[in-house]
Design a protein around this ligand. Structure first.
Ligand code: PHE
Length: 343
């Protein structure tokens, strides 16, 4: 190449200035960009010719071509901005485009009502110093029954109630199966909650489901009495239901608690005078509970002479139904979007 390269560089620059100015849409501009700056583009080709020049020419040549490249890049960017702006203006001026119409709302995922209430409960318990634990739904006969002082002749062991699996395993029939697991894994004294699905082999109707949710609560300490149990339950339920609650205990039999209770709360609809929600009882049955049976403490490796505890098994499905006014438990896990989209 001769010393007339100045003219060549200027000519290439002038040609691309004109081509950029006359590119009327983004595709055309893109083609100009490739023709100038692409791997086989003209500006790139000029760059490569530096090796053919005399040593003294290389510096000014490199500066000139580098400057050209920068100018072309800037001109393309500016042209692209103005073409894009023109496109948007054209769109806005389109008579069929109405910017006052509401936008298209994006559909967002959301939590299942069971998850919403479970998380609220776990927040309340966490704030009261409980550990939140999680245990498998497939468990052993020992954890689900034997360790809980449920001997083999107990009706709860009947094939009617339990989904048995191979090798003596089963689908846990209650979250109480986690009690001795917790006793073995945590250092007494402790308090813990563990929520999850439980399974019962039974026919379904509006208030029975083969799969439902419970939240187990367990507190192990020294000198635990029924007074502690009652007060803890009242405090917990007030926090969960976000109001003062009046509770009453009725005796209830569960092999793993002694004494065992059914705990009722006063009906909030009628204030205890009786209405259709509480079936004229004035009370709603909410959670079975009791003091942990000494045999269960022993199965958990704790000395009943030193340690006591209380436990409860809250019907989470039932609480969700009460909270949201769901009349049929089968809706909860039925997966019908018409139900789920309401939450
Ligand atoms: N596990 C019992 C049930 O499912 C409920 C329960 C839990 C009762 C803890 C007492 C203490 O019926």
């Amino acid at each position: 190449m001769t010393a007339s390269w100045q003219a060549d560089v200027a000519a290439v620059g002038a040609r691309f200035d004109a081509e950029i100015a006359s590119a009327t849409d983004l595709d055309a501009l893109r083609q100009v960009e490739v023709a100038a700056l692409g791997r086989k583009g003209d500006v790139t080709a000029l760059m490569k010719q530096i090796g053919t020049l005399a040593a003294t020419e290389r510096k000014p040549y490199g500066a000139a071509v580098g400057g050209l490249r920068g100018r072309v890049e800037a001109a393309i960017a500016a042209r692209r901005d103005s073409l894009t702006a023109a496109l948007r203006d054209a769109e806005l001026e389109d008579a069929t485009f109405d910017e006052t119409l509401p936008g298209i709302a994006r559909r967002r995922g959301h939590l299942h009502p069971l998850s919403i209430v479970q998380r609220q409960l776990e927040d309340v318990f966490t704030s009261m110093g409980f550990s939140v634990l999680d245990y498998p739904e497939v468990d052993s006969e020992f954890n689900n029954f034997e360790a809980l002082n449920i001997p083999s002749w107990h009706p709860a062991r009947d094939m009617q109630d339990t989904f048995w699996l191979a090798g003596g395993h089963l689908l846990r029939t209650h979250t109480s199966a986690g009690q001795v697991r917790a006793m073995h894994s945590l250092q007494a004294p402790f308090r813990a909650v563990f929520a999850g699905k439980v399974y019962r082999y039974e026919a379904t109707d509006a208030s029975h489901e083969h799969t439902f949710h419970q939240v187990e609560g367990l507190m192990i300490d020294r000198h635990v009495t029924v007074g502690h149990l009652l007060d803890s339950m009242r405090t917990l339920l007030s926090a969960i239901l976000e109001r003062e609650v009046t509770v009453r205990l009725r005796p209830g039999y569960f092999p793993f608690v002694e004494p065992g209770f059914e705990l009722d709360i006063q009906c909030e609809i009628c204030g205890g005078s009786g209405c259709s929600v509480c079936k004229q009882q004035g009370w709603l049955e909410l959670l079975p509970c009791g003091l942990v049976h000494p045999n269960v403490l022993r199965a958990g490796g704790l000395d009943p002479n030193e340690w006591q505890g209380w436990a409860f098994g809250l019907g989470l499905s039932r609480l969700v139904m009460m909270r949201y006014g769901v009349a049929d438990i089968r809706l909860l896990l039925g997966g019908d979007p018409r139900f789920l989209e309401q939450f």
